[in-house]
Ligand binder design. Structure first.
Ligand SMILES: [Zn+2]
Ligand SMILES: [Zn+2]
Length: 664
């Protein structure tokens, strides 16, 4: 190695101090690399490490460190480690493409959340199709087997332009022309050199299994007036098993797509005439949504929330005061005019301004606080049509919103209570795996934020303490707070391990100021309340989408739109089937009869596909004895049972879920 030779020649052993994340310090010879540091700790670590964070910057493992530094060795589990891995994989795919498609030109090739892509121009008349993926993967595996070293090099701007011009790489030349001389680096492996900032893996053999996933068109620099390039997506893993699991997960995700299941189970639909991004809830979807609302309302009642209802529109001035007009005005739905000159209303993008006006409707005293106003409030925001996606990105949606107006010293208690509500919901809906993120202000940049130092300190401490008291391990992000207050977000992992952001608790010092909200304190003086926004589901639309994908449409009994379907074995027993349905409905059980003229086996299959929790098969014996033959979801035959016993059992199960015991 170069650096070792240099040391021998000069016989200088200048030492540098390396500080590790646990604040321990070790001395190493100047020029040591991240990889060598890992080796000095353990050979296992050296095998797992992918990149190194050196004084906060991610570096190649083989880049010599020449001065004291704080370092962190990054592995697959670290976002930056994975990023270096997938970015190196993008280069690997490009190298394979260069070998397979002579004359191919390259655009950009970044790592993304799941894998990487490369935008390429394969040349006149050449196209890359799905049927070519196998050959590309094969070539990538060859280059992996060759264990090609990946080398970083500084290059002057003039040299870089010459190098890429000589190879007719006009896209790269355009990129280089925008860079500053002295900051440009290239990375080379085998015959492939890329303009790149890095960091990269030491060699290609770190990549173990590869998959080219899909191909799409993409305009150069996202500009439809520029040439259209071919975007190839891929993914790689350090273990074959991980790739297999990932591909399985993608297949399963396709099956669980909420748009597909929403259609199969007749939950919601869209109409181009009504408008894109404006969901129409069908009877079964409405049933489901109303149950969720009822569930949350019951919990909120126990936590002393008060339900309010406010209009879907509000005078323009309301949103000028709140600041929402500045944020949404130009880029959202435009004001609604009336015959009155200069009178304008906006579709509400947020419920908060309306709730501030409710707060202001009366003089408030400290004895009234906390005041918790809840509303299933429908709001409208104009998302770009390209961004719309099923129920997760829509233009009209209903938030399970509430605003808590309280005194600064009540913030912690309110956080604890909202966390309780969120935990009850996660438990009821079987979200076992979730994490939290606390967003605080940037301590270096305090002037960016509205509100007093004292209040910020109090609120930030309150959130940290609330999480600690709940035993909730939360990631703390400095500088991620909104300008108007710190917040706590919950991320759940669904059944496929995908992360969804659900549930936010946000402190706000801004709106109380803008609306000049006040309360009279025990000292008889006027004070400003703190406002807390919170929405455990986020929005009903998004939450139902996540729930569909999490459960694959197999909703829990208490929530599912149709709980029981009764299947008469022949027409003769239709009357009994309907009388069973009536009995169940009297007990608030959502029951239907499948009286189609089909074989009972067919009826069972169809209703199982509709994810019905209970099928009741009725024939002569059942009709005579007032019984039902019970078949539980998943094909579990539970035998015959008295109808009254069955009804009682189901009702009890549902009631327990709908009325969770809350310890306040
Ligand atoms: Zn690169
Ligand atoms: Zn709000």
């Amino acid at each position: 190695m170069q650096f070792e030779k240099k040391l021998e020649e000069n016989d200088i052993h200048a030492m540098i101090k390396i500080t590790f994340p646990d604040n321990s310090v070790r001395e190493y010879e100047e020029g040591i690399t991240g990889l060598q540091i890992a080796e000095s700790i353990s050979s296992r670590l050296a095998q797992e490490v992918l990149a190194a964070s050196v004084n906060g910057e991610t570096w190649d493992l083989t880049r010599p460190i020449s001065e004291d530094a704080a370092i962190q060795l990054l592995k697959w589990e670290d976002t930056e480690g994975k990023h270096a891995y997938w970015h190196s994989s993008a280069h690997l795919m490009a190298e394979a493409l260069q070998a397979l498609y002579p004359g191919i030109k390259f655009g950009i090739g970044p790592a993304i959340e799941n894998g990487f892509y490369y935008d390429v121009d394969p040349g006149e008349g050449v196209s890359i199709k799905e049927s070519d993926f196998l050959a590309i993967e094969k070539k990538m595996m060859e280059l992996i087997a060759a264990k090609e070293e990946i080398r970083r090099k500084n290059i002057s701007k003039a040299d870089a332009i010459k190098m890429f011009s000589d190879r007719n790489e006009n896209y790269k030349v355009e990129l280089i022309s925008e860079l500053e001389d002295g900051t440009i680096t290239t990375y080379t492996q085998g015959d492939f050199t890329d303009l790149c900032r890095g960091p990269h893996l030491p060699n290609t053999s770190y990549i173990k299994s590869v998959k080219v996933l899909s191909v799409a068109g993409a305009y150069w620099r996202g500009d439809e007036k520029r040439p259209q390039l071919t975007r190839l997506y891929g993914i790689t893993f350090p273990k074959k098993k991980m790739l297999d699991e990932y591909l399985e997960m993608i297949e399963e995700a396709k099956k669980r797509d909420h748009r597909k299941i929403g259609k199969e189970l007749e939950l919601f639909t869209f109409s181009q005439v009504v408008g894109a991004g404006l969901p129409l809830w069908l009877p079964k979807g409405t049933q489901l949504r109303l149950k969720l609302e009822e569930f949350l309302k019951k919990i909120q009642q126990q936590f002393e929330y008060e339900q309010v209802i406010t209009p879907h529109i509000g005078g323009k001035q309301l949103y000028v005061t709140s600041g929402h007009y500045a944020k949404y005005g130009k880029d959202s739905f435009q004001p609604i005019r009336t015959p009155e000159e200069d009178e304008e209303f906006l579709l509400k993008p947020m419920n908060c301004p309306h709730h501030c006006e409710i707060y202001k409707a009366f003089p408030r005293s400290y004895k009234d606080l906390p005041l918790r106003l809840a509303e299933f409030g429908t709001v409208y925001r104009y998302e770009q049509s390209g961004e719309l996606h099923g129920l997760t990105r829509v233009r009209g949606f209903t938030q399970d919103d509430a605003h808590i107006f309280c005194m600064p010293e009540q913030v912690k208690d309110e956080f604890l209570k909202v966390m309780d509500i969120i935990f009850i919901i996660f438990k009821a809906l079987d979200f076992k795996d979730f994490e939290a993120q606390i967003s605080l202000r940037d301590p270096e940049n305090k002037e960016k934020y509205i509100g007093t130092d004292e209040n910020w300190d109090k609120a930030e401490r309150a959130i940290l303490e609330a999480c600690e008291e709940k035993g909730m391990k939360a990631r703390v992000e400095l500088g991620e707070a909104a300008f108007y207050g710190p917040k706590l977000d919950f991320m759940v992992k669904d059944a496929l391990g995908r992360r969804w952001q659900l549930g936010t608790i946000q402190v706000d010092y801004n709106l109380p100021d803008r609306f000049e909200l006040e309360y009279t304190g025990a000292d008889n003086q006027k004070h400003r309340p703190v406002m807390i926004h919170r929405a455990p589901f986020g929005s009903m639309e998004r939450f139902v989408a996540v729930l569909i994908e999490h459960t694959a449409g197999k909703f829990p009994l208490w929530l599912t739109p149709t709980q029981v379907v009764i299947l008469p074995v022949s027409e003769k027993f239709n009357d009994y089937a309907y009388s069973v349905a009536r009995t169940l409905k009297m007990q608030d059980i959502r029951a239907e009869v499948d009286d189609r003229n089909e074989k009972v086996g067919r009826k069972i299959r169809d209703n199982e596909l509709r994810r019905t929790p209970y099928l009741l098969i009725v024939g002569e014996k059942e009709a005579e004895n007032e019984e039902v033959s019970v078949r539980k979801q998943g094909g579990i035959d539970q035998g015959s049972e008295k109808l009254t016993t069955f009804a009682h059992r189901i009702k009890q199960e549902v009631d327990e879920m709908m009325n969770p015991q809350v310890n306040i």
